[in-house]
Design a protein around this ligand. Structure first.
Ligand code: FES
Length: 67
């Protein structure tokens, strides 16, 4: 599904950007090699970034201290 109609940014594009370190909509636009046009998608991008970030954090391996 497209989250940004102006720049054709899909959910999976946002997910990939988050995995590459994106934390804000501006980071997603940069990762997609574009820039915002109307800005209507900012809220949807933020929600997707938060969702994907939360999922990725649960996937992080638990590091245990070695003695
Ligand atoms: S919908 Fe994303 S910039 Fe317009």
């Amino acid at each position: 599904m497209y989250l940004c109609i102006c720049r054709a940014i899909r959910e999976r594009d946002v997910d990939a950007a988050v995995r590459a370190g994106a934390k804000r909509p501006a980071d997603v636009f940069r990762a997609c090699g574009t820039s915002p046009q109307c800005g209507t998608c900012a809220c949807d991008l933020r929600e997707r970034i938060a969702r994907t970030t939360a999922i990725e954090e649960t996937r992080q391996p638990v590091l245990m201290a070695a003695d």
